[in-house]
Design a protein around this ligand. Structure first.
Ligand code: AGP
Length: 609
């Protein structure tokens, strides 16, 4: 997730406006910043790594001439957060500048093709190919104008993008376009603007035009013109009035970041499906060679590791050991060796216990691999190979979208390894891959159809003194995560364990009205889970079940239930099944009058780059 902004003013300097607008988009990424303007038919460019204020102190971003320009604030996905990888990116001639938010999936193929045509690349980003591709398209078709060249280039780009392009060839316009990354226009009497999000321009105008997938826009002093990328057909769309306050706008109209981020999961899950093949391959090769694999993490990330241990075992027949970051040194510090591989998982890439485990393992010559949401974090710097979760910045202290993204990447890794090891049939792999692709829509359906119901359940149980969260198999990890969410933001003590363990002690706590949340996908554990539900019910527990749609058996036993669309394979089930539990925690916190974005005594780890 990055933030882009562009403006064409009728009069005056664009740079100060771009600078202040990027500041309001900094929540989308803060690894680097850059602005390009056009003045007297020349490009003026300032960019560097670091937060906007830090870069501004050195470069004075406002001091750039020209009434037209584009800007970018970056959350690194391809290429480290360095100056060379900062946007805007240029073609070989420096005449074309591009800013981009999204992931160009086929950038390696395009880059190779363009390098063979003598294009020189300076960055490691996927975005730079767009600049060179436009340049090459113009070279191949000298009669094309900038709009035509951008349009033809976009037809060859696969993946997600919101991009904005300027060129000295046609210095009076910005060409921008969208596919699966947000893009919105702002208009007022002084000019036209394009941005990743409304807060960017809200202080200057509340008139906005939403841009849809497959659309291209030409911004000029005359206004804006929208066309379809596929056939140039014109699109007529009038501005709408936005009545959000600035604070609401940053949260896109949601009252809290946590609920915004829960709702973002269809989009963030879609992004995880655009992993770079090369890194998945590399990681799975290291895992394949390992004698012992530790999955090390804390909190929510540990729960992703717990789920992953089931995925690796069931799909790739690889035994792995999930270990809490805070326990690793004590538990395995002496035995970890050159034969060990550590896969560390961390949203921030900075969690002290995780880093400490990794350092310990490294000192004993173990191989360190990692999965993180923060490229450039300590973890990426000390790992042999790392891969990003592509979830964009997560502001809510309670991890939500980063958890489901971690699960999706880990599932892809397990599948890649399964393929390599030939442990399960190609048919099964194909089926799981198809189901993985359907998950963003499944999560979308859950949020759309179950949210109101969960709100009512939260209201009903908000005064409970304690909760149980139970699941079997991989759903144990889901239950653990549901419990952590409820405890950390609604401050209700909760206990989670594998459902089969309930009769070995915990069941003695059950009395009339005790709420027990069961995670019950329709997998091989289903029958035994029904037994556990009945045991609890017989002792007066109130059963709240997360079930597959149409699971009449559990419906008839449950006091309350939430339904997940049918057909999610067991190994992928934590991704959709955790969503109702995130919502339950959120609405319980609200019902009790707490701010879910600011749980007491907790803060998110941040990266110091
Ligand atoms: C969960 O909601 C918390 N934010 C916390 O458990 C978190 O997952 C843990 O501190 C680990 O953080 P990391 O993923 O950044 O390493």
């Amino acid at each position: 997730m990055c933030g882009i902004f562009g403006c064409v003013l009728k009069d005056g300097n664009a740079a100060p406006l771009i600078h202040s607008s990027l500041k309001r988009l900094e929540y989308r990424g803060y690894d680097s910043v850059g602005i390009a303007t056009i003045f007297n038919d020349k490009i003026h460019l300032k960019k560097d790594m670091g937060k906007i204020d830090e870069v501004d102190k050195i470069l004075n971003l406002d001091d750039m001439p020209g009434s037209i320009g584009i800007g970018h604030t970056r959350w690194a996905t391809h290429g480290a957060p360095l100056k060379v990888n900062s946007h805007p990116h240029a073609d070989c001639t420096g005449e074309i500048m591009v800013v981009h938010n999204g992931i160009i999936e086929n950038f390696m193929d395009l880059k190779t093709e363009l390098q063979n045509l003598d294009h020189t690349f300076v960055s490691k980003t996927d975005t730079e190919v767009a600049a060179h591709l436009i340049e090459q398209t113009l070279k191949n078709n000298p009669k094309l104008d900038l709009v035509g060249a951008v349009q033809e280039s976009l037809k060859r780009i696969e993946g997600s993008y919101a991009l904005a392009v300027i060129s000295t060839r046609e210095p009076d316009k910005i060409v921008c376009a969208r596919n699966e990354s947000p893009l919105v226009l702002g208009v007022n009497g002084k000019g036209v603007f394009c941005a990743s999000d409304i807060p960017a321009f809200l202080p200057i105008t509340n008139k906005a035009v939403m841009i849809n997938n497959g659309e291209l826009v030409i911004l000029s002093p005359k206004g804006y013109e929208i066309r379809k990328i596929s056939d140039s057909s014109p699109v007529i769309r009038e501005p709408i009035t936005i009545d959000w306050t600035a604070e609401m706008a940053v949260k896109q109209g949601y009252p809290h970041f946590m609920i915004k981020e829960i709702h973002e999961q269809p989009e963030t899950l879609r992004n995880t499906l655009r992993m770079q093949d090369h890194y998945l391959d590399l990681l799975s090769t290291f895992l394949d060679r390992a004698n012992e694999v530790f999955l090390v993490a804390c909190g929510t990330s540990y729960h992703a590791c717990l789920a992953a241990s089931y995925m690796f075992s069931k799909l790739a027949f690889l035994p792995t050991y999930p270990v809490y970051g805070s326990e690793f040194v004590e538990q395995h510090g002496k035995s970890v060796s050159i034969d060990s591989t550590i896969l560390a998982v961390s949203q921030s890439g900075e969690t002290a216990d995780t880093i400490c485990s990794v350092t310990c393992a490294q000192q004993r010559a173990a191989t360190v691999l990692s999965l993180t949401n923060t490229i450039g974090s300590t973890l990426t710097r000390i790992s042999r190979v790392y891969i990003g979760t592509q979830a964009g910045p997560e502001i809510g202290v309670a991890a939500t979208k980063t958890f489901t993204s971690q699960l999706s990447v880990l599932a892809q890794l397990a599948l890649r390894l399964a393929k390599k090891r030939g442990k399960i049939s190609q048919d099964e792999i194909d089926h799981l891959e198809e189901q993985l692709v359907r998950l963003p829509d499944t999560v979308d359906t859950i949020v759309k159809t179950q949210e109101q119901k969960i709100k009512i359940i939260a209201e009903k149980y908000k005064d409970a003194k304690v909760f149980f969260f139970l699941g079997r198999g991989i759903s144990t990890a889901t239950a653990f995560e549901g419990r952590l969410k409820l405890m950390e933001i609604a401050y209700i003590p909760a206990i989670a364990f594998p459902a089969g363990e309930s009769k070995h002690g915990p069941i003695s706590l059950i009395e009339d009205g005790f709420p027990v949340v069961f995670v019950c996908p329709k997998d091989e554990t289903h029958k035994t889970v029904i037994g556990n539900v009945m045991e609890m019910k017989a002792r007066g527990a109130h059963i709240i079940a997360v079930i597959e749609e149409g699971d009449e058996e559990i419906k008839s036993l449950a006091d309350d239930y939430v339904e997940i669309p049918k057909g999610v394979p067991s190994v992928l089930s934590p991704i959709p099944f955790v969503v109702p539990l995130q919502l339950l925690a959120y609405y319980t916190a609200l019902a009790k009058g707490y701010n879910p974005d600011m749980p007491r005594n907790l803060a998110k780890s941040v990266t110091v780059k």
